[in-house]
Design a binder for this molecule. Structure first.
Ligand SMILES: *[C@@H]1O[C@H](CO)[C@@H](O)[C@H](O)[C@H]1NC(C)=O
Ligand SMILES: *[C@@H]1O[C@H](CO)[C@@H](O)[C@H](O)[C@H]1NC(C)=O
Ligand SMILES: *[C@@H]1O[C@H](CO)[C@@H](O)[C@H](O)[C@H]1NC(C)=O
Ligand SMILES: *[C@@H]1O[C@H](CO)[C@@H](O)[C@H](O)[C@H]1NC(C)=O
Ligand SMILES: *[C@@H]1O[C@H](CO)[C@@H](O)[C@H](O)[C@H]1NC(C)=O
Ligand SMILES: *[C@@H]1O[C@H](CO)[C@@H](O)[C@H](O)[C@H]1NC(C)=O
Ligand SMILES: *[C@@H]1O[C@H](CO)[C@@H](O)[C@H](O)[C@H]1NC(C)=O
Ligand SMILES: *[C@@H]1O[C@H](CO)[C@@H](O)[C@H](O)[C@H]1NC(C)=O
Ligand SMILES: *[C@@H]1O[C@H](CO)[C@@H](O)[C@H](O)[C@H]1NC(C)=O
Ligand SMILES: *[C@@H]1O[C@H](CO)[C@@H](O)[C@H](O)[C@H]1NC(C)=O
Length: 844
């Protein structure tokens, strides 16, 4: 078999061979001595291993988990000693295990012809010839008879077969045949001569290294991709642009430990990609996991366990088919496993499930009869399957027609519908139908998501929405009653009409969504006691405290000087009303009458973040734990706006004044969606504000399109203020500007001073230094001038949660040019960069 990268690997192999030191041979009695070399004619048997020179890797027979099958593999030696569990990075015979019975007669032997072969002789007939279970198939020359052939296990985890009579010949190396792991220094890529790309395949489950359902493939178009069942691509890295893969911009920021990336292009269109470690002795592995995610894990000495530092796709539930057919994925589910079966279904192979391989999915407890008498069970808060090859959509006028459309086709297994918010008719219902196996259902927390209706056999219906079963006796009753029903119907219609008119008169306008109330101006005037209790005012208007008739306290924001097309306004406001997240302030309703435009929000008892950070009256000092949780909460809310909600939203005005704190000091972002609501008006107001060096990203003034990265910038600025408890910007009477982030990054990064020095003095050094360091680093990365250097909000969350490592940031050179680096003694006034104070706080 020709190795796809023999040409590409020449240089690295050469270096490797040149670095050979005198090696020891395996003595026939030693079982665990640190021998890294096998010579021609020698073999490994069940209890013998090869150990790389500095003891990082070990090669030999292993049995994964509780399995009774034996495999030849390479694993991290020190970690295995601590964990009593091998983290395997390469498997020779992954699809051809040796049974426990045959294991003692098996040997892994290096032949004079340069082949490494795994032999096995059957347990019951020791006399019979040995069978070859696995072989390297080295092609160099089968006729070769060279006693100087040897196999060496390197400290990089590469097993190399070479001939010492010819130093330039690597006969075979395991790095050319990776199985599931991508170790530092290993090269993956595409060979345009043979038209083959590198491919790593997941293990089937934690105890079975055979080819699983997910693969990590490197394609001719310079992308890497994650593929489900050899057919469906559900993740792509985007193309290499010279610095990073376009969908992995954080590569540019770096991951701390993975210090450098190397992409080599060849003239014939081939390429090879690799990465290196900043500290070669750290155990780190990137691999295609059974979970369907490609992950990088590093060994943490502190935790004495592996820590994940990178994963694609980011979230486990984003993996295609992760829970199999009719399985439901639930992220961060502490009390139960990632996947569960829909009600009415059971695990197809419970044994696989117990080994965390859910891909076989679930099967019906009762088979469908496939008649019109099947029923549907409603599942609320579902993220509908986005990528489904077997779905169809239609538009109907009443929701009921969705159900009957599904019933009409025997293979239809579920439906969902959605009123099209942007359609002017109001009664267009988009109906989605799924056929056969239903994959990629995600259960969301809280009130997000859609209702999904799952088809079940009649006996399976639990939720009482099954259709009535007709029998002849009932038919008679129905016939008798139908006359009465018609009469009743007419009466009800009249009543309804009257009721609607009454309702319309009461509310004046109907709300597009049941959970968003359309208030009358008159009522809001009463609720706010004629707008008497003002909580704050800002660029877009003032905020007043109010109390609804049911005594719910609310904050009413009166938008001033805004002209709006009412219909458009109502459309926009209804989409904002749909956005609900634990870290976003909830919009309760609105009012739009003539030129009067008001928004009604939940009132937050602890007011806005700035009061607590900058110690205004009635405020208390937030401790470090609270600040860190607030920082994470805001990042989660923004991640939701940017990445997860249906209409992706850029906030455009992130600052402490727009973060409100509830009774438990949990943060809630206010004023999201205003940019969309107010359109051009909004950016005019925002950009005309003074103090652009405050929270506004440089792109606001440079005229380029605003992206979510503008919010990341503002978030970074605010994070500095959360850490330091003071405004970032100070100005002296002679007009000199002092800028805290520049000062902080100069002190900590270039002068190497402890990060505690930037902490709010009021905390007297009481902070988790590791968290503080993370927060500081991520804040620095967020306020980089170049948008692509800033992380996404999702990454910020991961970094703050400790799931993602972050490199030390560079000095903020572009800001340094503008400001003093030392804080002169005569600086005093902190600039209040907030023009619009929109805290809906409770003044009482
Ligand atoms: C390998 O070692 C285990 C325990 O360390 C022992 O039980 C077993 O008999 C050994 N097998 C061989 C073939 O030496
Ligand atoms: C070696 O060759 C044999 C026969 O051609 C094939 O069955 C086997 O899969 C090959 N082994 C590897 C590791 O490629
Ligand atoms: C290889 O050469 C040695 C002597 O150099 C010889 O004894 C042995 O039989 C040869 N093996 C094969 C397979 O040709
Ligand atoms: C060494 O290997 C190279 C490349 O495979 C080959 O061209 C050369 O003939 C070999 N030399 C000897 C002495 O075998
Ligand atoms: C994977 O694809 C094959 C056909 O290519 C199909 O038979 C098999 O059922 C699929 N596996 C799953 C889990 O859907
Ligand atoms: C790959 O090779 C083909 C010829 O086999 C050539 O047409 C193509 O341009 C090459 N691809 C690249 C990216 O150079
Ligand atoms: C590299 O990592 C090893 C093992 O974790 C550690 O002992 C050593 O101190 C590290 N070296 C440096 C320079 O960080
Ligand atoms: C459902 O309908 C089919 C015919 O469509 C009928 O044969 C079957 O008995 C019905 N089952 C129940 C439980 O009503
Ligand atoms: C049911 O739907 C599937 C998928 O759209 C389609 O292939 C099939 O022809 C439909 N069957 C009937 C009876 O309409
Ligand atoms: C609503 O329907 C219109 C056409 O009727 C379509 O263009 C639009 O994409 C739909 N919106 C949603 C959210 O489905």
């Amino acid at each position: 078999m020709s190795t796809p990268f023999s040409a590409l690997h020449l240089t690295s192999s050469l270096l490797f061979i040149l670095s050979f030191a005198p090696h020891h041979s395996i003595s026939s009695t030693a079982t665990s001595a640190a021998h890294d070399t096998m010579f021609a004619g020698q073999s490994l048997t069940i209890n013998k291993t090869l150990v790389s020179r500095h003891g990082k890797f070990e090669l030999g027979f292993f049995t994964p988990g509780n399995s009774r099958n034996y495999y030849i593999g390479i694993w991290f030696k020190q970690v295995a000693a601590i964990q009593k569990k091998k983290t395997v990075v390469w498997v020779a015979n992954r699809n051809k295990p040796i049974s426990a019975d045959d294991s003692s007669s098996s040997e892994f032997k290096l032949l004079e012809n340069g082949h490494l072969v795994l032999f096995m002789s059957s347990y019951d007939s020791n006399s019979s010839p040995k069978t070859t279970v696995w072989s390297t198939n080295s092609t160099t020359s089968t006729a070769m008879n060279d006693s100087s052939v040897k196999a060496v296990l390197g400290d990089d985890g590469n097993l190399v077969i070479s001939s010492s009579s010819n130093r330039s010949t690597v006969i075979w190396q395991s790095f050319d045949h990776p199985t599931h792991a991508f170790l530092p220094g290993l090269k993956l890529g595409y060979n345009n001569l043979t038209k083959t790309g590198s491919k790593l395949t997941s293990w089937r489950n934690s105890e079975d290294p055979s080819d699983g359902i997910y693969s990590f493939e490197w394609w001719a178009d310079r992308t890497f991709n994650i593929i489900w069942n050899h057919s469906f691509k559900f993740y792509t890295s985007g193309v290499w642009n010279g610095r990073f893969f376009s969908n992995v911009p954080e590569m540019h920021v770096g991951y701390g430990l993975m210090s450098s990336f190397e992409f080599t292009s060849y003239n014939d269109g081939s390429y090879a990609f690799t990465y290196f470690l900043s500290n070669k002795s750290l155990p780190l592995s990137t691999f295609m996991d059974t979970s369907g995610q490609t992950k990088s894990i590093v060994w943490s000495n502190e935790a004495q366990d592996w820590t994940m530092i990178w994963s694609k796709p980011l979230r486990h539930c984003q993996v295609y088919g992760v829970c199999g057919a009719f399985g439901v994925c639930r992220e961060n589910n502490v009390d139960s496993s990632l996947c569960q079966c829909l009600s009415g279904f059971k695990q197809r192979y419970p044994k696989d499930w117990s080994l965390l391989d859910y891909s076989s999915g679930c099967v019906r407890r009762t088979t469908l009869q496939c008649g019109n008498n099947d029923s549907f069970s409603k599942m609320p808060n579902i993220r509908l399957p986005q990528i489904s090859p077997s779905a169809s959509a239609l538009v109907v006028d009443v929701a009921r027609k969705c159900e009957s459309a599904c019933l009409q086709n025997c293979s239809c297994s579920a439906y969902a519908y959605d009123t099209n918010s942007s359609s002017s008719g109001g009664s267009n219902i988009r109906c989605l139908l799924w056929y056969a196996n239903l994959l990629n259902i995600e259960q969301l927390a809280g009130v997000e998501g859609n209702d999904l209706y799952i088809r079940l056999a009649p006996s399976q219906s639990r939720l009482g929405n099954s259709r009535t079963k007709s029998s002849s006796r009932w038919t008679i009753v129905v016939v008798v009653l139908s006359g009465t029903t018609i009469l009743l119907g007419i009466t009800i219609l009249f009543l309804l009409k009257w009721w609607r008119r009454r309702l319309a008169r009461r509310l004046k306008q109907e709300s597009p969504y049941a959970f968003l109330t359309a208030f009358r101006y008159k009522d809001l005037k009463i609720a706010t006691k004629n707008f008497s209790n003002k909580l704050g005012s800002g660029s877009f208007g003032s905020v007043f405290k109010g109390t609804l008739p049911d005594s719910t306290p609310v904050a009413v924001k009166r938008l001033e000087g805004i002209s709006q097309d009412h219909k458009q306004f109502r459309n926009e406001v209804s989409t904002i009303g749909l956005i609900q997240h634990v870290n976003l302030v909830r919009l309760r309703g609105f009012c739009s009458e003539g030129r009067k435009i008001l928004l009604v929000y939940d009132l937050m008892p602890n007011g806005s973040l700035d009061r607590h950070l900058f110690h205004q009256n009635h405020s208390r000092i937030l401790n470090w734990q609270q600040r860190y949780q607030i920082a994470i909460g805001i990042a989660r809310g923004l991640t939701y706006l940017h990445e997860e909600c249906r209409d992706r939203i850029i906030h455009c005005d992130i600052k402490p004044e727009n973060v409100l704190l509830d009774a438990t000091f949990s943060p809630k972002i206010a004023d999201f969606g205003l940019a969309k609501l107010l359109g051009r008006e909004f950016s005019r107001v925002v950009t005309s504000m003074r103090g652009t060096v405050g929270y506004l990203a440089p792109e606001w003034t440079s005229g380029v399109a605003i992206t979510a990265k503008a919010d990341v910038y503002s978030y970074g600025m605010m994070l500095f203020e959360i850490i330091s408890g003071r405004r970032n910007l100070k100005q002296s009477k002679d007009g000199k500007t002092w800028f805290f982030p520049t000062w902080a990054s100069t002190k900590v990064i270039s002068e190497g001073q402890p990060v505690l020095m930037i902490l709010d003095n009021n905390l007297e050094g009481n902070a988790d230094v590791e968290e503080l360091d993370r927060a500081f680093r991520v804040a620095c990365w967020c306020i980089q001038e170049e948008e692509f250097q800033r992380p996404s909000m999702g990454q910020v969350v991961q970094i703050l949660e400790g799931l993602l490592e972050v490199n030390p940031p560079p000095i903020l050179s572009y800001l340094r040019a503008m400001v003093e680096t030392e804080e002169p003694a005569n600086f005093f006034s902190e600039i209040d960069t907030s023009e619009s104070i929109q805290g809906y706080e409770n003044n009482n």
